[in-house]
Design a protein around this ligand. Structure first.
Ligand code: SF4
Length: 622
């Protein structure tokens, strides 16, 4: 049977045996899971035994594009990497844009499933449906840019796309990431360390195949309509990138500052998107088929050398290495971003971990004796940069921080746990959950630990105007950011399904509503034109719901319980605005409502009824 939008084929790689196996995937699986996160969960639940070592050869590492990745619409550039996470011990999933996902499809596969461990370092090379493992001994220990250049030279083609790890992944830093084109990151939950544990330095892909479309004319018509909408209302994402949020959040008193002790940073203007545009920005990068071009490419000559090769800091990085550490020096932040990229470590976790250590230093839980002489004080940019490098190298005090805030705090003791801001082991991203009840739920409930992309944030939907774009989801009443009612929990649950569907279909959130020009109904039209499925928004949203339930089951198998659906005490017990009791996150009031709405029991366990309803009985039984 002809398939459209995708190949209908995955590649299995056993690194221990050095074997490959191609597998035809039934169309029904693509339709039920779409690809990305949900398809990865399907294979992980079926094939990965619970309670295994995430850094052992038994862990299953999955790279999955979607049924429509690499087709011509803006935003469908993304792919998922998934495995059991070495940072949280639970479900690990991270998405990246760029070109690697589409190129995997052009090379003939929709996903790669990798098990085992290579005897010595290797990289995987896939070209036009053929795969081989090549020696990577000479690449082991190399920084990301050197690795990238050496593989391209070796394979003799500048259009090869490469997903790779740096020394951080090789040294099993628990928040090591995977990058493609040196600028796009599967950033969170430590999947770079899983690659490192398998002695897999990189995956290079190249292909000539174009994805067949069911209705090319209709596909083009939907793309044209969305592009015209974007041209009429381009907003500031292209001009300022994600850093456009800095000044607005600072004005609202919710810019994470000094390890979330404050929400106002006196040097916010020095690190904002406008300042970056006017000083160190040299180019706007982009992803496959996207006209928005929100990615930053920066250059600094003095006092540091920062090369645009590594892109530039996003909002999350600017805040994590900046205000969260009390640092208002954009050049130092750009340098920190480059070191993270070179060593292949997640900028959010790196910044949060250093901010944690700075607060421990302030409280004298650690001193220069622990840090090897580094004065790890808030505001000390040189100390931040030294520590980023030490984490990437697992050197000195950096070796402890490379374990992540949860383990580092446990090892330090003396009350350090109070300053380790994480959920399920994953450090908090750069958004303040106090004062946004839906974001509080997102952090507490995300199966990968604190994740700011679990659902869109509350203030967007506090007005009629903001609601307009998501009316087809059945969310028709505006709700205040502080609302605690069942209506807010319902809104969050629907939006969580919406974003989980994005992570499965490989869609960038900045190209779709509420941030971008692609509305839900046009998304459905596009998927139908590309695949010929005659699907609906209802069916696509079911994929998001399946994703949430499967991820929950994965974590329950690993020993997580309802007690893990929580936030650090700083957010539940301490007011963000002193004297304003409302500026704490009253999670306990909302959690039972959420479980009930999801069809889970009072312990947060999906019931048989909901699993049956979602056609998941067979998947979760095994
Ligand atoms: S909006 Fe930005 S991140 Fe998203 S696809 Fe376009 S360039 Fe990439």
């Amino acid at each position: 049977m002809d398939v459209f939008g995708h190949n209908g084929k995955i590649l299995r790689v056993d690194l221990s045996r050095r074997t490959f196996e191609e597998e035809q995937v039934p169309e029904i699986l693509y339709r039920r899971y779409l690809g990305g996160g949900a398809l990865s969960l399907y294979y992980l639940l079926k094939e990965l035994k619970p309670k295994g070592d995430p850094l052992g050869p038994e862990n299953l590492l999955i790279f999955a594009a979607s049924a429509v990745t690499g087709t011509p619409a803006l935003g469908f550039s993304r792919y998922t990497v998934a495995a059991k996470s070495p940072l949280t011990g639970g479900f690990g999933e991270a998405e990246a844009g760029g070109w690697w996902g589409p190129e995997l499809k052009f090379a003939g596969f929709d996903a790669i499933l990798i098990k085992g461990k290579a005897e010595k370092p290797v990289y995987l090379w896939i070209k036009d449906g053929k795969a081989e493992l090549r020696d990577a001994s000479h690449l082991w220990g190399q920084l990301a840019a050197e690795t990238h250049a050496m593989i391209r030279k070796e394979l003799g083609d500048d259009r090869i796309r490469i997903a790779l790890i740096g020394p951080g992944g090789e040294k099993l830093v628990r928040f090591a990431c995977i990058s493609n084109e040196l600028k796009h990151f599967n950033g969170r939950v430590g999947l770079g360390a899983v690659m490192g544990s398998k002695n897999l330095k990189a995956i290079a892909v190249r292909g000539e195949k174009k994805m067949p479309l069911f209705a090319p004319e209709k596909t083009r018509a939907v793309v044209k309509e969305v592009l015209e909408a974007y041209k009429k209302n381009p907003g500031t994402m292209g001009e300022l990138g994600t850093a456009r949020a800095v000044m607005a959040l600072n004005a609202g008193g919710i810019l994470p500052t000094r390890n979330f002790v404050s929400g106002s940073f006196d040097k916010a203007e020095a690190i904002c998107g406008e300042t970056m545009r006017d000083t160190i920005l040299v180019n706007r990068g982009t992803c496959y088929a996207c006209p928005i071009r929100c990615k930053r490419e920066v250059k600094v000559d003095d006092p540091y050398k920062v090369d645009p090769l590594y892109g530039g800091p996003e909002y999350e990085t600017i805040v994590a290495l900046g205000s969260l550490c009390g640092i208002g020096d954009l050049k130092a932040i750009a340098m920190g971003n480059q070191i993270c990229g070179a060593y292949g470590i997640d900028t959010i976790s790196t910044g949060t971990t250093i901010a944690f250590a700075m607060e421990c230093f302030e409280k004298r839980i650690i001193t220069t004796k622990d840090t090897g002489g580094i004065k790890l004080e808030f505001g000390n940019a040189e100390a931040m940069l030294q520590m980023v490098e030490k984490i990437g190298k697992r050197e000195g005090f950096g070796n402890l921080l490379a374990e992540g805030v949860k383990i580092a705090a446990e090892k330090l003791g003396k009350g350090a746990e109070n300053y380790a801001l994480h959920v399920k082991g994953q450090p908090l991203p750069m958004h303040e959950p106090r004062g946004k009840t839906g974001l509080g739920l997102a952090y507490a409930l995300s199966p990968t630990g604190a994740d700011h992309l679990e659902a869109p944030h509350d203030p967007t939907f506090a007005s009629e105007a903001g609601l307009k774009c998501i009316l087809p989801l059945g969310i028709i009443e505006p709700l205040s950011a502080l609302d605690l009612s069942s209506k807010k929990v319902r809104m969050f649950t629907y939006l969580q399904n919406f974003y989980n569907m994005f992570n499965s279909i490989g869609l960038c959130i900045f190209t779709a509503v509420p941030f971008g020009p692609l509305p839900p109904n046009a998304l459905v039209d596009y998927v139908n034109a590309a695949t010929g499925w005659e699907t609906s928004l209802w069916e696509l949203m079911k994929v998001g719901e399946r994703h949430s339930n499967m991820a929950r089951i994965f974590n329950l198998r690993e020993g997580f319980t309802a007690k893990d659906d929580t936030l650090p005490k700083r957010f539940t017990d301490v007011e963000q605005i002193p004297g304003n009791k409302k500026s704490k996150v009253p999670l306990s009031k909302m959690m039972p409502k959420y479980y009930h709405l999801r069809g889970w029991d009072s312990y947060g366990v999906p019931t048989k009824r909901i699993l049956k309803k979602l056609d998941l009985e067979d998947v979760v039984k095994t």
